[in-house]
Every structure is written in structure tokens, then in C-alpha cells.
Design a protein around this ligand. Structure first.
Ligand SMILES: NC(=O)C1=CN([C@@H]2O[C@H](COP(=O)(O)OP(=O)(O)OC[C@H]3O[C@@H](n4cnc5c(N)ncnc54)[C@H](OP(=O)(O)O)[C@@H]3O)[C@@H](O)[C@H]2O)C=CC1
Ligand SMILES: O=C1CO[C@H](CO)[C@@H](O)[C@@H]1O
Length: 379
């Protein structure tokens, strides 16, 4: 008998849509799972909008205060899809109420807060995961398999970018419901926590721990109108960030992110250079992995494209016939499938809070180094 898992969704914005879609799709494409998500309740402060979302997507009820939602006895798992400054408080309350937690990234605003969140879920013994969903794009999961199988040999370089251009205009306000990412109180940081956190999570997963970082951060537009107060206020987030790092395996890392790269909306790319082979990937072409293997005869050696659409490739036997592509939204379906699978196995679903804390520590060190202009070790 399949067991119901009652979801309490906090937030009804971009990620709430992506996650709800995943909860609705997962059992049809992963029919062997022992659990079935049930859309029990959704929460947001605007009663009319949250009700409309709940009705559209099929939630059984709605709430306007997350404190009521996390205490409801008919909720098994709380999904945190709200601005970053709310993650900690909601997670602590949910853990205290004995709920499983699926928390959006970044885990927290600071590493100290992240530690509290880890301690809370660990002492409550509740299942937990953080939505670093890009790991579950099949091409990235395949890259992990290729690296772990030793095909690349010793790794020398890991470089990653996450580029956007949506904040170039100084007319974009900070704060408010649509632009909370520019308000340091709500977001914690700018591109470091919002975008580089994805690159860092991917890097830690593929290439192991980072020892130290040296960063450069910039805030190009120094003042913006605050959407809530209408006042012009200083901007406290990083608009752009680039950092160098040493990985524990001896390789060097180079990372860059900005919201001022005209022409780029979501250019997430990475490249890994090993002694025997290199890999590169681009979110714009997410079903392909570029691969170069030095061992091939030199007359046929060269970069080749692996189409990650074959049944034996990660997750792909759950979708269409070989050769047909999947998209961004499937990474969330995969994360839900893995979370439900991990409940059955009694295993953590990675990245769990403890693992995501590593990403948080790197983000914090990057921001510190951006201020001090010194190398900072990761604690
Ligand atoms: N994994 C990924 O790739 C991505 C992750 N994210 C992360 O997801 C999180 C949410 O981002 P996103 O979905 O884009 O945000 P949105 O701005 O689209 O939605 C935020 C939601 O939070 C609700 N909200 C805000 N304050 C409260 C509150 N006090 N109580 C209850 N609900 C509240 C808002 O509704 P109302 O105003 O009515 O309260 C709104 O529904 C962030 O942490 C972000 O970093 C975002 C995008 C992609
Ligand atoms: O992956 C992502 C894409 O961009 C969003 C912002 O525009 C991020 O919040 C998100 O984590």
C-alpha cells in the first residue's frame, strides 16, 4: 500500500510552483515509490492570492500564517519556499513540531543560523533536504558518475559561472514581494547566496571540499528605492562576485556570478579539467554533456557531445524513449523522487541540511573575503 505524505507548502511563488508540479508528477513517472505526496495545505500572507494558488494547483486548504501550518497534525512535511531570511525560523518551528523539512536554498543567511537548523533537525530526528536541484539534472548526475569512476583522473581545474542581467537598471527597487532578492535583510546576500550557492553545491558534490577562497565582490548600483518604504536606501547585496579557491584534492577553482551580464538570463556553466579528460556543461543545453578524452587516438580525439537521453543514463528510464529531452522542471521531480526513496530506505536525502551547511560556509567565506580582500579558510 502506498503511504500518503501530506505536504505543507510555505510560499506560492516560483519555487512553490516548481515543487508542486514535482509532487503532482512524481508517482506517475516513478511508480515504484512507497510514498505519495498529498497537497494538504499552502501558506502565504496574501489570503486571496494563496487561495487562488491553492485552488489552481489542487491544495486541500490554505493558511496565512506559517506558524499555524507547521503545527497542523495533518501535515507530515513542510516545504519552505519563501525568502531566505525566513528559512531558519520556519525550519526550527517545523523541526520542533516533528515535521520533515524540504528547504529551499540557500539553507540560511549565515553559517551560525545554518548550524542551528542542522542541530534542530538532527535532535528532532526529522528527514530533511535542501533544494540544490541542479544536481539532479541527468547530465550533472552523469558527470558525477564519470568523475567517481576515475575517468578524468586527477582533477586540476573546476570553473563555474552563473550569469544574469535582470538588475542592471537602477530603477529596479529593492525589497517588496517581487524584488526581495535585492534587499539584504530578506536575501542575506546577492549573487553569492542566490546563484553562486548552486555552483558551489555542484562543485562540492563533484569535486570535494573547498579549503580556502579569495573573492572580489561589487555593488554597482549603490542606492535603490525600497519597495516597502518608498525611501532611497543603500544597497547591501553583492551585484557581482568572482572568487578563486583551493579544493582539498589539490585542484584550483574559479567561480563568477553577476546580475549585470547583459544578454544572459540564467547562464549556469561549469568545466572540469582532469589529467585524462575534461567535462563541460551548460544549463542552456542541459541534456548534453561535452566530453574530451585524451586517451583516444589523436586523429579522432576531440570534444564530443554526450546526449544524456539514453535509458541507462541517470533518471532517463523514467521518461520518454531514447533521444527525447527533458527540462529544468524534471530536476525537481527527481529530487522529490529521491526524497521519497530515501524515506523508504531510512537514508538521508542529499544534500541534507548538514551537507548544505558546507555550501553556506563557503558562501560566508566568499563574502568575508570580498570585504577584507584576504584569503579566507573554510572552517
Ligand atoms: N532551487 C532553485 O533553483 C531556486 C530556489 N529559489 C529559492 O526559493 C525561495 C523562494 O524563492 P521564490 O519562489 O523565487 O520566491 P517568490 O518571491 O516567487 O515567492 C515567495 C513566496 O513567499 C511568500 N512569503 C513571503 N513572506 C512570507 C511569510 N512571512 N509567510 C508566508 N509566506 C511568505 C510570498 O507570498 P506572500 O507575499 O503572500 O506572503 C510568496 O508566495 C528562496 O529561498 C530562493 O532562494 C528560488 C528560485 C530557484
Ligand atoms: O537557480 C536559480 C535561478 O535564478 C533565480 C533568481 O533569478 C535563483 O533564485 C535560483 O536559485
Amino acid at each position: 500500500m502506498i503511504k500518503p505524505l501530506a505536504i505543507g507548502m510555505v510560499g506560492y511563488g516560483f519555487m512553490a510552483r516548481a515543487h508542486t508540479n514535482a509532487y503532482k508528477r512524481v508517482n506517475d513517472f516513478f511508480p515504484d515509490l512507497a510514498y505519495r505526496p498529498v497537497l494538504q495545505a499552502v501558506c502565504g500572507r496574501d489570503a486571496e492570492k494563496v487561495k487562488a494558488f491553492g485552488d489552481q494547483w489542487g491544495y486541500a486548504s490554505h493558511e496565512t500564517d506559517w506558524r499555524s501550518l507547521v503545527c497542523r497534525p495533518d501535515i507530515d512535511a513542510v516545504d519552505i519556499c519563501v525568502p531566505n531570511n525566513l528559512h531558519k525560523e520556519i525550519a526550527l518551528a517545523a523541526a520542533a513540531a516533528g515535521k520533515m523539512i524540504l528547504c529551499e536554498k540557500p539553507l540560511s543567511i549565515t553559517t551560525a543560523e545554518g548550524k542551528e537548523m542542522c542541530e534542530a533537525v538532527e535532535s528532532a530526528g526529522v528527514a530533511n533536504t535542501v533544494w540544490y536541484n541542479y544536481r539532479r539534472i541527468p547530465a550533472i548526475t552523469l558527470a558525477k558518475q564519470l568523475i567517481d569512476s576515475g575517468r578524468l583522473g586527477r582533477i586540476y581545474h573546476f570553473r563555474a559561472n552563473f550569469l544574469q542581467d535582470w538588475t542592471i537598471s537602477s530603477d529596479v527597487p529593492q525589497g517588496g514581494t517581487a524584488t526581495w532578492r535585492l534587499d539584504s535583510t530578506a536575501a542575506g546576500s546577492g549573487v553569492t547566496g542566490d546563484l553562486l550557492s548552486h555552483c558551489i553545491d555542484t562543485a562540492l558534490w563533484l569535486n570535494g571540499k573547498i579549503k580556502d577562497v579569495s573573492a572580489m565582490t561589487e555593488t554597482f548600483v549603490k542606492e535603490r528605492v525600497h519597495a516597502d518604504t518608498g525611501q532611497v536606501q543603500p544597497v547591501g547585496i553583492d551585484d557581482a562576485c568572482a572568487f578563486l579557491c583551493h579544493f582539498e584534492n589539490g585542484s584550483l577553482g574559479m567561480f563568477e556570478s553577476t546580475r549585470y551580464a547583459r544578454g544572459h538570463k540564467a547562464l549556469f556553466t561549469f568545466e572540469i579539467n582532469g589529467e585524462n579528460a575534461s567535462i563541460r556543461w551548460d544549463l542552456h543545453d542541459l541534456n548534453r554533456l561535452e566530453y574530451f578524452e585524451h586517451g583516444k587516438d589523436s586523429i579522432v580525439r576531440g570534444w564530443r557531445t554526450i546526449h544524456v537521453t539514453e535509458g541507462e543514463m541517470p533518471y532517463m528510464n523514467h521518461w520518454w524513449v531514447p533521444g527525447l529531452s527533458i527540462g529544468y522542471e524534471h530536476s525537481f521531480v527527481h529530487q522529490v523522487a529521491d526524497f521519497l526513496g530515501s524515506l523508504e530506505q531510512g537514508e538521508p536525502c542529499q544534500p541534507d541540511f548538514r551537507s548544505a551547511l558546507q555550501t553556506q560556509a563557503v558562501c560566508e567565506a566568499v563574502l568575508q573575503s570580498g570585504k577584507t580582500r584576504e584569503w579566507v579558510s573554510i572552517k
